[in-house]
Write a protein that binds this ligand. Structure first.
Ligand code: PLP
Length: 434
């Protein structure tokens, strides 16, 4: 590989100069594995980037995309449609929590988030409460990289350096570490931390707050799990104060935590859900906002023939994405992959926490569903990155390093032998990079 071949592509969220000196290139994929150009299999511990939930290059999805590309490449989505987008929406709402009956399509998680925030603002205005313009996110939240998303997001590196973001945004405090370290799954104590929203209401006035957006389990910040009862409490406060509750399920959706959505797993139904990634098992970019009847019906009214919501994308409901979504959702169902993920999570949890016994500098391990994080003592991310590199090059294992922690989110098709392989290889990599 010539250095010049790599120069044009300015890579996202990457140390470009470092990467281009020692590129890690993937050539193909199948099932639980990536392969490099030498055909070296690399076990995928991250489902790509939390997205290839059905595993890689699944025939049913590949064929659906191929067939669609040969039949209808593109159809306008403004004032025009094609059946596939309607069918994909139908398939999506059929697995959504009860009451979330409409799907608005975008092309990524970031777009889904910004769409949801705009819909929340439009809804409050349409129902006669135009003063409700304030948006509340949460510290350490990741909601993509649009201006809306970075404003409600709470990961400092993604915010600073880009001005002030949207005005009228505030944040709940995060739940990291409050229940101690090495907690398996959800902590039993701490639901009252959701009362932070009451403090925000006290500060800003409920009549000025449009929406609260949270990831049910914070993914990018390193798998931060809500205490039992926390999401229920948030729901209750939002109900009492007329605030729209949005769950950002870009990571937690589509079986990642053993149910179609975290909303069902935790038994809390938000007013909107944003999703992407697993919607097409990562094959074709697509995002969506699932919306409840009250919001939809409030906005979709007025004189017929008038556009109800001045929002959308050239590629909303793109034929290839719609075909990929339909095929992915069908495959999840045919193979009962969400149930399989649920069955695997206990084994995953115990395997992951077995790393605690290593005399290794690990300061915390967190997990929920098929999500996992291993955190090292703070040292500017050096250790986590070294383990990630070592695992990739020497142990044929793909992990994700972010700051001082590693995150994992394997494809839902994984078996116990894959869990064993991930943990053994990770353990060796951790030992090798002390
Ligand atoms: N929201 C959450 C919770 C995410 O984890 C992500 C991406 O990881 C996004 C939004 C942004 O999605 P995208 O990268 O598709 O824009």
């Amino acid at each position: 590989m010539q250095q010049e071949q790599l120069s044009a592509y300015w890579m996202p969220f990457t140390a470009n100069r470092q990467f281009k000196q020692a590129p890690r290139l993937i050539a193909k994929a199948q099932g639980m594995h990536y392969y490099d150009s030498q055909d070296r299999p690399i076990l995928d511990g991250t489902a790509g980037l939390w997205c290839c939930n059905a595993g890689h290059n699944r025939t049913a999805i590949v064929e659906a995309i191929q067939q669609q590309a040969a039949t209808l490449d593109y159809a306008p989505s403004f004032q025009m449609g094609h059946l596939g987008a309607f069918e994909a929406a139908q398939a999506l709402v059929s697995i959504a929590p009860e009451g979330l009956t409409r799907a608005f399509f975008a092309n990524s998680g970031s777009e889904a988030v910004d769409s949801a925030l705009k819909i929340a603002l439009a809804y409050q205005r349409a129902k006669g409460e135009p003063s409700r313009t304030r948006l509340i996110g949460r510290e350490l939240g990741y909601h993509g990289v649009g201006f809306g998303g970075i404003s409600v997001g709470g990961l400092v590196n993604n915010r600073r350096g880009f001005g002030h973001g949207l005005s009228g945004v505030d944040h709940l405090s995060h739940n990291k570490g409050h229940a101690g370290r090495f907690v398996k799954g959800q902590a039993s104590e701490g639901a009252e931390r959701a009362d932070d929203l009451l403090a925000q209401i006290q500060l800003h006035g409920a009549e000025n707050i449009a929406a609260v957006i949270v990831e049910p389990v914070q993914g990018s910040a390193g798998v931060i799990v809500p205490p039992q009862g926390y999401l229920q409490r948030l729901r209750q406060i939002c109900d009492e104060h007329g605030i729209v509750l949005i769950f950002d399920e870009v990571i937690t959706g589509f079986g990642r935590i053993g149910a179609p959505f975290a909303a069902q797993r935790f038994g809390v139904t938000p007013d909107m859900i944003t999703c992407a990634k697993g919607l097409t098992s990562g094959t074709v970019p697509m995002g969506a906002v699932l919306v409840n009847d009250a919001i939809h019906d409030t906005l979709v009214q007025g004189p017929e023939g008038q556009i109800e919501l001045f929002h959308g994308y050239t590629y909303s409901g793109h034929p290839l994405a719609a075909a990929a979504a339909k095929a992915s959702l069908a495959l999840y169902q045919d193979e009962a992959l969400f149930d399989h993920a649920r069955e695997m999570e206990g084994y995953w949890q115990e395997a992951l926490h077995s790393l605690r016994d290593l005399d290794s500098g690990i300061v915390d391990i967190r997990n929920f569903g098929l999500m996992g994080a291993v955190e090292f003592a703070p040292e500017g991310g050096r250790r986590a990155y070294a383990v990630f590199e070592h695992a990739f090059h020497k142990e044929d294992l793909l992990l994700r390093a972010s700051g001082d922690f590693l995150v994992m989110s394997p494809p839902l098709i994984l078996q116990r032998s894959d869990v064993d392989a991930i943990i053994e290889r990770l353990s060796r990599a951790i030992h090798a990079q002390r």
